[in-house]
Design a protein. Structure first.
Length: 540
């Protein structure tokens, strides 16, 4: 072969200067070809993968996850680009390689790797022509990683540097996703609305309209949510999204008291519900409609007889929230507690997750205290009864039952003195504020003022509520601490504040003044020991 014969010949004699120059040019040309060929192969592999992605988009496929063929091409792109960067550092194609690697990792859902490559691109090539798309990719990478603040930083840079960017529509959507993840419903709805209003012909307008409806639902703006969802449903590319939009619109109509429209819409969802395993969700909406019509028995029947195959996932959480309230109204505490325990895991899918969690906790505590009352006497019994009374009054909405508990504590001969003070104040609160019986309230108010004139409760009553209760409680706790430090064996002073009563963010004075006293003596004895130790009065 000619090349086999030429090479030894060149090696057997020294090269003259013209031959050296020609050889150098030849080698440079071959090296340049190698570099460009490597990049060409990388770019071709990427283009092939992107072509498949575009074809899948045209047919309505979900392109969030690359196919095996696409993944192979994206990995070939990364491999070729890495080879070029390692063998030819500082080459003019370096920023092209970093961008292709960053975008390929993004397509493969390898967001950390994509962030790393694009960070290198911004650091080494701040003026890169790929900056516009790279900023958006970084925003998306951080969003998928759950780093909302960093995602928003890149979106702000994109908006400032490229106000006319072709990625602005997608940036609005991502900004909405970020706000939705942080439960900033107003910001989310504003971003989604801007996307839908400024890009009405975008193929994703239906899906974003559904997201907008969900954000408005969370804000409690049911009228606007219903309007947006009505427009979004027919534009959804996926029939399941269309189903979800119509279902949520029906729930909005229920809350707007447009029950006839909601009933018709729910009836039309029957076939689609079976198709998308949404029978349980429709049943929950149907129960909401029955409750809106004042038929609690029908709602209870709808949810309690739901097939187990329907009552799973989000359905079980939403159903549990409604059933828990229905059973609680019937004072079936065991069933109510069971349903709230299920619903408490539902988080965002619940209508009022904070209340559900509170009821789950308070019902559990109430029922536990009920069991502990058997055999309890004296101070322990009065503390348990006070705790139950407060739960009945402030959490479970049973003021008359709460009153019974308060009066039991007041009448007990061996009750704890602090529990008696707070129970007297509880009786005043129930008679005055919940039962509208001012004369009965006055009887217990007078008794509290006469028998416990130095208590914070008496001070509040004597001042007609015009007193800085928190300042009083803090001052009394300070005085108690000084007294305990000076005389660790002294008994607690009746009316002295109990554990946690100085919190500055308590929602209502009555709740403070009725704070439970379970374990008060042991608590204050430990507090005194701790304070004395800190003051150097005790050792060890």
């Amino acid at each position: 072969m000619p090349r086999a014969r030429i090479t030894p010949c060149l090696l057997r004699r020294p090269l003259r200067l013209p031959e050296l120059a020609i050889a150098a040019l030849l080698l440079a040309g071959l090296s340049g070809c190698a570099r460009f060929n490597t990049y060409y192969n990388a770019e071709k592999a990427f283009s092939d993968a992107e072509h498949v992605r575009e074809e899948r988009i045209k047919t309505g496929d979900d392109v969030t996850k690359a196919t095996n063929v696409q993944a192979e091409d994206y990995r070939r792109t990364i491999q070729k680009c890495r080879k070029l960067l390692e063998n030819y550092p500082g080459h003019s194609l370096s920023d092209d390689c970093l961008f292709l690697m960053g975008k390929s990792h993004h397509r493969l859902q390898e967001y950390n790797a994509s962030i790393e490559q694009l960070d290198l691109l911004f650091t080494n090539f701040p003026a890169t022509p790929y900056a516009e798309e790279a900023l958006f990719l970084q925003a998306a990478n951080h969003m998928f990683n759950g780093n909302v603040d960093r995602s928003n930083d890149y979106l702000e840079q994109l908006r400032d540097r490229f106000p006319e960017s072709r990625f602005q529509a997608e940036a609005l959507r991502v900004r909405g996703e970020n706000a939705f993840a942080l439960e900033r419903w107003e910001t989310a709805s504003e971003s989604y609305a801007a996307f839908v209003d400024t890009h009405p012909d975008d193929e994703r307008a239906g899906e974003v309209g559904l997201d907008l409806g969900q954000a408005l639902w969370r804000r409690g703006d049911y009228a606007e949510a219903a309007r947006r969802l009505e427009a979004a449903a027919p534009r959804c590319r996926e029939r399941e999204d269309d189903f979800r939009a119509r279902l949520l619109r029906a729930r909005c109509l229920i809350r707007l008291d447009r029950t006839a429209q909601a009933d018709s819409l729910l009836s039309d969802l029957g076939s689609d519900a079976a198709l998308y395993e949404g029978e349980g969700l429709v049943a929950v909406a149907r129960a909401e409609l029955q409750l809106a019509a004042g038929d609690a028995d029908a709602a209870l029947s709808t949810l309690s007889t739901m097939p187990d195959a329907w009552n799973r996932g989000d359905v079980s959480f939403q159903s549990g929230e409604i059933l828990g309230r229905l059973y609680l109204e019937r004072w079936d505490l065991e069933k109510a507690a069971e349903q709230f325990r299920i619903a408490a895991r539902g988080g965002r899918v619940l209508e009022d997750p904070d209340t559900v969690k509170r009821l789950d906790r308070d019902l559990s505590t109430y029922m536990s205290n009920e069991q502990r009352l058997d055999g309890a006497t004296g101070e322990q019994r009065s503390d348990l009864q006070l705790d139950q009374a407060n739960t009945l009054l402030f959490s479970l909405g049973r003021p008359r039952l709460a009153l019974d508990r308060y009066l039991e504590v007041v009448a007990a001969e061996d009750a704890d003195s602090l529990a008696v003070v707070r129970s007297l104040y509880g009786a005043v609160t129930v008679y005055r504020d919940r039962l509208d019986l001012p004369d009965s309230a006055a009887v217990y108010a007078d008794r509290l003022l006469v028998e416990h004139p130095d208590s914070p409760q008496a001070l509040v009553l004597s001042e007609g509520g015009q007193v800085d209760l928190y300042a009083v409680l803090r001052e009394r706790e300070r005085e108690a601490a000084l007294l305990a430090a000076a005389n660790p064996d002294a008994a607690p002073v009746p009316g002295e504040p109990g554990p946690g009563m100085t919190a500055p963010d308590r929602p209502q004075p009555a709740a403070d003044l009725l704070a439970p006293t379970d374990g008060r003596r042991s608590f204050w004895r430990l507090r005194k020991l701790e304070r004395n130790r800190n003051a150097g009065l005790l050792s060890g």
